[in-house]
Design a protein around this ligand. Structure first.
Ligand code: C2E
Ligand code: CA
Ligand code: CA
Length: 694
């Protein structure tokens, strides 16, 4: 059949030309007409666009050869035949057909069967392109899938709600951790969801967020399977849809980390006690609470006695163990409502509350001291440890945490002075003392470099020879801010800061130089007495330093005399004995200073090879007025004779005193009666004009 004859045929089948004109005009819709053999008899512009075949290409071709994919070819043919035979129409449906290129074409296909005027049946298909719709749908599907994957991957809990809080959707990947079924919540109001499980703060905060319609974030706690957990809720308003999204996240881990950091910032690592910072915070809090009531807060400053020694000799590990044991004992000695903290090192703070009288506070403090009465057992070793306690009480001794702590510290210092293992209440006088002390400490810093120290010399006079035979070197400190400070005041500070070692070296250097200059000028031996405090003996280099200085200036060691006090020997340290022996061996003389004030033990005088005994000025000054002083001086001189010691009387101020000492057989005198301590220059001048009976 030629195409021409088919054309003619076509015209015979045409149902209605005006309808075709209409179809021709709409190219957005594909309209195809088929004869009973499913040959194309009509193919509009829309069909050309949708399927790629031109009208000329399509006409006369069979439907199943043109646009029907192989998979549904038989179904289509059968359906069409059935329609023709039985009248069972092919329903309109979404269907995937085929483009000329082979690509899929998604359409919504409707079909009609006409019988034309010749009694011939024709099927017309009207296909609407679903490509855009499909794409949009696919996109929507994709988005939904993506969201689902996101919700799956994120452990958060999502609630989508109406702006009034009614839950309209819900997502959660690990429902086990939160809730069992999502439909538990559908249609319910978010703010009431957690009401029955008593979630801290959730309901209130949620209600407020919904009321104010503002994006917020809040945290709350909730026990999941009896385990306390922390959650974060973020509320986001989606204004366009008048909806609210609530995202709930389990932040227990972050919370734990934050807690850990907080703990480290507020608590001591070793003992887990509140640290200085937190202790002061707690004290401030207590002070605020008791501001209106008459209640007193007692701040106890505790310092373990000689803990440094334990650390130094047994090591830090043992020290740490001991600290932990101490804390146990301290805790057992206080009541539940009292607070304890570690200020650092071996310092602790105890806050006692509710006590109304000094007596009650004293009692509580004594039980703390008592807690240390039994020795500590550490790795099979018995250790005795005591504690010194200073007490400051609010509001009398201060109304701020820092004032109270400082004053308790000052009182603790006083307890140490009292001999340790005791307590002391803060008094106003202590404050003045401590202020001065910290001033001294501050000014002493760098004073050596600024050359504020100078050595003065007080002449020592041989009573029989009536001649100056030596001097005692005495340190002087002239500070631009504080003026002249006496050694009795600053030496203890220098001892505590350790600066005494450098100051001591300065004195020795100057004293030895004095000796060398003296020798050059006078060519006779001179006795130079230098004071040494116990702290200087802890310096391992002490002996070598002295020896090297003597060597350096070629000064005979027996011209140097070192004055020490009984306190140094009392400790019984072996290194002290060793150093004293070396000093003695080199030929340096040794003097027992301040005799009469301490134990005045003969034992020490025998045990160590002393050369000189210095009677304390307190007794010397009393010999003319006080019988017991006179007796003591007399006895001391007699004893020195038997021990072959030279006796020096210091603090001689009057002629009468001098006379009496001479009568008792004292060898050497020293005191204001002859001269105050002098600068080196003044000393050399003094010598020139010296006359015993001036
Ligand atoms: P000390 O060893 O008993 O020194 C004697 C003190 O008595 C000196 O006081 C001296 O100035 C004072 N003095 C001397 N004659 C008289 C007197 O007739 N009447 C009175 N009332 N006092 C008199 P200074 O210089 O103030 O020294 C006080 C203490 O400081 C010394 O007591 C000594 O223990 C210590 N010290 C002084 N210089 C040094 C030093 O270089 N090193 C060390 N470690 N301690 C020193
Ligand atoms: Ca002395
Ligand atoms: Ca003395």
């Amino acid at each position: 059949m030629t195409s021409g004859t088919f054309d003619n045929l076509l015209h015979r089948f045409v149902l209605n030309d005006s309808l075709h004109q209409l179809f021709d005009a709409v190219n957005a819709i594909s309209v195809q007409g088929y004869d009973e053999q499913r040959r194309v008899i009509y193919w509009n512009k829309g069909s050309e666009r949708l399927y790629g075949y031109s009208k000329e290409e399509a006409e006369g071709q069979k439907l199943e050869d043109l646009i029907i994919p192989d998979e549904i070819r038989d179904i289509v043919i059968k359906g069409h035949n059935a329609w023709l035979k039985t009248g069972k129409e092919i329903p309109a449906s979404e269907i995937t057909l085929r483009h000329k290129s082979g690509k899929k074409v998604f359409v919504f296909s409707s079909h009609v069967l006409f019988v034309n005027q010749y009694g011939v049946r024709q099927m017309y298909c009207i296909d609407i392109d679903l490509k855009d719709l499909r794409q949009a749908q696919a996109q929507a599907n994709f988005k939904e899938h993506m969201l689902e994957s996101i919700f799956d991957a994120i452990p958060d809990l999502f609630f989508l709600m109406k702006s009034d809080g009614t839950v309209i959707d819900y997502y959660s990947s690990n429902t086990g951790d939160f809730f069992s079924k999502s439909n538990d919540f559908m249609g319910k109001n978010i703010s009431t969801l957690f009401a029955d499980v008593k979630v801290n703060g959730f309901q209130k905060q949620m209600e407020s967020a919904l009321k104010h319609k503002s994006n917020t974030r809040f945290e709350y706690e909730y026990n999941v399977h009896q385990i306390p957990k922390h959650f974060e809720a973020r509320v986001r308003f989606i204004k366009e849809y008048d909806q609210v999204m609530v995202i709930i996240r389990d932040i227990s881990e972050q919370h734990k980390a934050a807690e850990l950091i907080r703990h480290q910032a507020y608590y001591d690592n070793l003992t887990s006690l509140p640290n200085r910072f937190l202790s002061l915070e707690q004290l401030s809090q207590l002070l605020k609470e008791t501001q209106r009531s008459n209640e007193k807060i007692a701040v106890l400053f505790l310092d373990l006695d000689d803990f440094k020694k334990i650390n130094d000799s047994l090591g830090h590990e043992v020290g740490d163990k001991l600290l932990i044991k101490c804390v146990k004992r301290l805790k057992s000695a206080i009541r539940k409502q009292d607070l304890i903290g570690r200020l650092g090192g071996d310092e602790f703070i105890v806050l006692l509350k509710g006590y109304k009288t000094h007596k009650a506070i004293t009692h509580a403090t004594e039980s703390l001291l008592k807690a240390f009465r039994t020795p500590f057992n550490l790795d099979g070793r018995e250790l005795i440890l005591t504690v010194s306690i200073g007490i400051a009480i609010s509001p009398d001794d201060g109304d701020s945490a820092s004032d109270l702590l400082r004053n308790a510290d000052i009182a603790m210092y006083q307890a140490k002075e009292l001999g340790r293992n005791t307590y002391s209440f803060f008094t106003k006088e202590m404050n003045v003392f401590m202020q001065r002390r910290s001033e001294l400490e501050a000014q002493m810093h760098g004073a050596l470099e600024r050359q504020e120290f100078e050595v003065y010399y007080q002449p020592q006079i041989d009573v029989k020879k009536r001649k100056v035979i030596g001097a005692e070197a005495l340190i002087r400190w002239n500070n631009p801010t504080l003026g002249n400070i006496l050694p009795d005041e600053f030496i203890p500070v220098a001892e505590q800061t350790g600066l005494i070692v450098s100051i001591g070296e300065l004195v020795i250097r100057q004293a030895v130089r004095f000796l060398s200059e003296w020798e050059k000028e006078h060519n006779v031996p001179f006795n130079m007495a230098v004071n040494l405090s116990p702290r200087q003996f802890r310096d391992e280099g002490l002996f070598t330093f002295i020896r090297d200085q003597l060597k350096l200036l070629n000064v005979a060691p027996d011209q140097l005399e070192l004055e020490i006090t009984e306190g140094l020997l009392l400790s019984g340290k072996s290194y002290i004995k060793e150093t004293l022996n070396k000093i003695n061996k080199l030929g340096i003389k040794l003097a027992m200073d301040d005799f009469g004030t301490g134990y005045s033990s003969l034992g020490y005088l025998r045990e160590f090879s002393f050369d000189v005994l210095k009677m304390d000025r307190a007794f010397v000054q009393g010999i003319t007025t006080n019988k017991s002083d006179y007796d003591l001086v007399k006895a001391t001189i007699a004893m020195s004779r038997s021990l072959d010691l030279l006796v020096v009387a210091e603090g001689v101020e009057t002629k009468a005193q001098l006379q009496m000492l001479e009568d008792l057989g004292c060898d050497i005198v020293q005191g204001f009666y002859f001269s105050k301590p002098l600068s080196k220059q003044a000393f050399f001048g003094f010598i020139k004009s010296f006359c015993y009976d001036k």
